[in-house]
Design a protein around this ligand. Structure first.
Ligand code: SIN
Length: 489
């Protein structure tokens, strides 16, 4: 069957929320649209405050059961969820493409990426353990234990409708926490299908809850309820700060993966072809709508002309189109306001003296959805708006700079510190510059930094905490110290 036609099958996705092992509706609903053609895909129930309260209560009951479930059993259920997700990859990818826009083959890649976090976490569940410690008192013994934090609220974004859920949910579940998840209103359908598959996997009732609705109603309950002990969020720095303020009242734990302003540094000894290919891969993933997307491509002066030419050739080949068309390299942006924002940044850059090398305009009229042309500009100042704010669209902006020190100063001159990229073949530079870059992740001659086994997260205003690897699971545990005296009486 044609992939897009599959969307007409009402059995493909749910439109109600999943709370305490049951599907619940609400008094109101909201529309989910396809950004590639602005057609309505579904009307999803908004569960409101009552639904959010029910979800927190269910998670609180679920936690009592799950924290006592053996880590091997937790692992078994997580692996069942993994199997079900892998078996349903095509349908999940279809939902991602329909509600978010990224090309279908890239959406399949996202399912594989997201599934890897479940696999890793399932195996990690049985490796959460404490240590015995030397203690000063004679006849005493000391040890640590790691226990689950408790009920965790996860608020997830639309740019990775599946992977940003699994990257939080799987380690939290592995650690023994229960969940209340709220997906972005733009992409609830993929999330609801993940909940359906979690139900089939057999998590005990109340362990996995997923609710949809207006953030202004659901958010305060998800962050303010005393039963909730931790908030995991991926999204903008602005919303991250708000959640951190809300969490402060109850001294709740936060794990925040926020905005970025990634420098992509090309040194004069770099393999320029590999660097140009790297920019295209990192920049146009998810249509430029990732928090690790190269925002400032900083090239050493003496290779800049050559590099811009090579990049121009590659970006001219990137094709925007409906994600269900097999030859589309990038899909639409998430909505028309995103197109307007990106276009305003480009126009402002041009009026400040930048040159458009490729693209530079919306493609809504030609393609009939929220499309923006794959774009290359150069010549903006480091103080321009496009250099200082997160572009979140398919626009590559090249800057020229001098020596290593100059480049490091410019790269670090931002409140953000998520990902940076460095292309060089000089091993001394690799060490000096990766140590000098104030970023949580650095890709050296590597355009993709995230994976299930490695720590994903940022410094400064890009966030707190790490997702992935053993760190991702530890994030959802409390470290408890026990001292026993009188052993050698
Ligand atoms: C994000 O943009 O939030 C995540 C990107 C990634 O996992 O690579």
């Amino acid at each position: 069957m044609d992939l897009a036609e599959r969307l007409n099958d009402p059995a493909l996705f749910k439109t109600q929320s999943y709370v305490g092992g049951a599907w619940i509706g609400g008094d109101t609903s909201f529309a989910v649209d396809n950004p590639a053609n602005r057609q309505k895909l579904a009307e999803v129930a908004d569960v409101g405050e009552a639904g959010a309260k029910a979800a927190v209560a269910a998670a609180s009951d679920g936690f009592k059961v799950w924290r006592k479930t053996s880590p091997f059993e937790r692992s078994r259920i997580l692996l069942k969820w993994l199997d079900l997700i892998q078996d349903n990859t095509d349908d999940l990818a279809t939902l991602i493409t329909a509600e978010m826009g990224k090309p279908w083959r890239e959406a399949k890649g996202e399912i594989a990426y997201g599934a890897a976090f479940i696999e890793w976490s399932a195996h990690e569940a049985a490796r959460v353990h404490g240590e015995t410690l030397p203690v000063p008192a004679p006849g005493a013994r000391g040890w640590t234990i790691r226990q689950p934090v408790g009920v965790v609220s996860c608020i997830t974004p639309w740019n990775f409708p599946a992977a940003m859920i699994t990257r939080k949910a799987a380690p939290a579940l592995a650690a023994g926490c229960s969940l209340v998840i709220k997906p972005a209103p733009e992409t609830p359908l993929t999330a609801l299908t993940l909940a359906e598959l979690a139900d089939r996997a057999g998590f005990p009732r109340g362990v996995f809850n997923l609710i949809c609705g207006d953030a202004s109603k659901l958010g305060p309950i998800m962050t303010g309820s005393p039963e909730v002990r931790m908030i995991g969020f991926t999204g903008s720095t602005e919303v991250g700060k708000l959640l951190m303020r809300q969490a402060a009242d109850g001294i709740k734990r936060v794990a925040l993966e926020l905005g970025g302003n990634a420098p992509f540094i090309v040194m004069d000894d770099a393999d320029l072809d590999a660097a140009a290919a790297g920019v295209v891969q990192a920049k146009f993933r998810s249509g430029g709508q990732t928090c690790v997307s190269p925002n400032r491509i900083i090239v050493q002066d003496d290779v800049a002309d050559d590099f811009v030419e090579r990049l121009q050739a590659r970006i001219s080949e990137v094709k925007a189109g409906d994600g269900f068309a097999p030859d589309s390299d990038i899909g639409p942006l998430i909505h028309d306001e995103a197109v307007e924002r990106v276009d305003a940044l480009v126009k402002q850059a041009v009026s400040g003296g930048a040159r458009v090398v490729v693209g530079g305009q919306p493609l809504a009229d030609e393609l009939g959805g929220s499309f923006y042309a794959p774009t290359l500009i150069e010549g903006s100042g480091f103080d321009s708006e496009i250099a200082r704010s997160e572009i979140f669209g398919p626009v590559a902006s090249v800057y020229r700079a001098g020596d290593e020190k100059h480049i490091l100063d410019l790269a670090n001159d931002t409140p953000y510190g998520l990902a940076a990229y460095l292309y060089t073949r000089d091993i001394g530079r690799v060490h000096r510059m990766s140590e000098g870059l104030d970023y949580g992740m650095i890709g050296v001659n590597a355009p993709m930094v995230g994976s299930a086994s490695t720590p994903f997260g940022g410094m400064k205003e890009s966030g707190i905490g790490r997702e992935g690897g053993k760190w991702g699971v530890e994030e959802f545990t409390e470290l408890k110290y026990v001292l026993l005296s009188g052993v050698n009486s």
